[in-house]
Design a protein around this ligand. Structure first.
Ligand code: IMP
Length: 433
């Protein structure tokens, strides 16, 4: 079975842990969009790994990891991560490959990211400043530089020169020397070259050989360039369509879709967040959930579970099941709220509005559930959860419309409830390995 695992909220849902946990059931793990703006945190035996660009499956030595054409790759950041893994005893040789069609993030993209944010002033997006947006802009404008171009230094020279000169004009300084950028790129290109592949073809061959693939998403549905809270989004398709375009596979290659959702809601960066809590409760969630960006260290905005947003994620991605994470963060709360609808003016709506200004005007409609005092932290069987925690999960499933096949009760791999009955009915192929 090939499974897509993606975020159904605003990112940071805990995809890294879920992908790492499921990886032993797959032969390949392939990322399909984004770049090193992602920060997938995985704890193995208490050791913390933060994967930015490299698929979270890399921690399993048997598995081949692929970076698809839909990503934007900063080669410097890529090798920093490879070296970091190496220092921790994770060897990526012969099992980490990069699409020749993936676009490169070069130093000028970072400057342009900062410039664009500065120009927007009050209306800034709150990007990760990694050059993600400008690299995708170049791709769409057909002036981007692809990984495969590293094999043709002549063409590369012209493109790097044009792009650096354009950057100097826009930033109003000429401190960036295209010779230097080109020199560094050619140097790092030599190291990248042996890892470059036709990833679409590799996936096709793997599928024909009966191998199974996990498609790993980054960011989340509401940060998707088309379906998210535009313009407060990232510049790629984090939703299910991104799997096909970002890897070069057909829709029938996706046999199941697992949406990762937190038991509450967070967002980092600007843009509306209807259930945001600006009071002590927001702080309580941030502190107990350690809600600080894995990449930028920025505090995340926190709020109650927003079923309107997740239902939207279910619709856009055709989710088969949920992986519900961070249930333990709610331990000890007296009362927990669930947003089931929005109120806008005199109207109550149950679907996400398309327009960001309308979303910003929405007030959450809550229903309350009693909390639980016995901790859920580390619980591994659903029946061992406190009754009110089970009722909370059941209520989330009901208002979201999709069952939770996995429930995460802590950051370590083992701190997870695998609900075999739901996996069996919703994601049946997962049993195969
Ligand atoms: P960019 O992807 O750096 O252009 O940032 C655009 C928006 O997406 C900002 O609000 C970021 O905070 C957000 N964003 C990008 N990557 C992630 C992520 O991995 N998790 C959560 N938010 C992200």
């Amino acid at each position: 079975m090939n499974l897509a695992v993606l975020g159904a909220q605003w990112g940071d849902e805990g995809k890294g842990k879920i992908v790492d946990l499921l990886t032993p059931r797959f032969d390949l793990v392939a990322r399909y969009q984004g770049g090193h703006n992602a920060g997938h945190t995985v704890y193995v035996n208490g050791v913390k790994f933060v994967l930015r660009l490299i698929p979270s499956g890399i921690l399993h030595s048997r598995v081949v990891c692929l970076i698809g054409n839909g990503l934007v790759v900063d080669p410097q950041a890529f090798f920093t991560e490879v070296d970091e893994l190496g220092r921790n005893g994770i060897n990526v040789e012969n099992r980490l490959f990069v699409s020749d069609k993936a676009h490169l993030i070069l130093p000028y993209h970072r400057d342009l990211d900062l410039l664009s944010e500065a120009r927007r002033g009050e209306r800034k997006i709150g990007t990760t400043s990694r050059g993600i947006g400008p690299a995708y802009e170049d791709k769409i404008a057909r002036r981007g530089i692809r990984v495969g171009d590293l094999a043709d230094p002549k063409a590369l020279e012209q493109n790097v020169k044009d792009n650096v000169l354009a950057r100097n004009r826009l930033v109003h300084d000429s401190t960036m020397d295209w010779h230097v950028v080109l020199g560094q790129l050619l140097e790092i290109g030599k190291r990248l070259q042996p890892l470059v592949r036709d990833v679409s073809l590799m996936l096709h061959d793997a599928a024909r050989a009966g191998k199974s693939i996990l498609f790993e998403g980054a960011q989340g549905t509401l940060l998707d360039i088309d379906h998210g809270t535009y313009p407060y989004v990232t510049s790629s398709n984090a939703t299910i369509g991104g799997v096909c375009t970002g890897l070069g596979v057909g829709p029938r290659a996706i046999h199941g879709v697992l949406g990762v959702v937190k038991a509450y809601t967070t967002r980092v960066g600007e843009g509306p967040l209807p259930t945001e809590l600006s009071d002590d409760m927001g702080k309580r969630l941030r502190d107990s959930g350690n809600e600080y960006g894995a990449v930028t260290g920025r505090p995340r905005r926190c709020g109650w579970y927003d079923a309107v947003a997740v239902r939207y994620g279910v619709r856009i991605n055709g989710l088969d099941a949920l992986a519900l994470t961070k249930l333990d963060v709610l331990d000890g709360l007296e009362q927990i709220e669930i947003c089931t609808a929005y109120r806008i003016g005199a109207r109550t709506i149950t679907d996400m509005p398309s327009d960001v200004a309308q979303l910003a005007a929405c007030q959450p409609v809550y229903e309350s559930m009693p909390g639980w005092d016995r901790p859920t932290k580390g619980v591994r069987r659903f029946d061992d959860l406190p009754e009110n925690a089970r009722r909370y999960v059941a209520r989330l499933e009901k208002v979201t419309g999709v069952p939770a096949a996995l429930v995460s009760t802590g950051s370590d791999r083992d701190e997870t409830i695998l609900r075999d009955d739901i996996i069996g009915t919703r994601l049946s192929g997962l049993h195969l390995k």
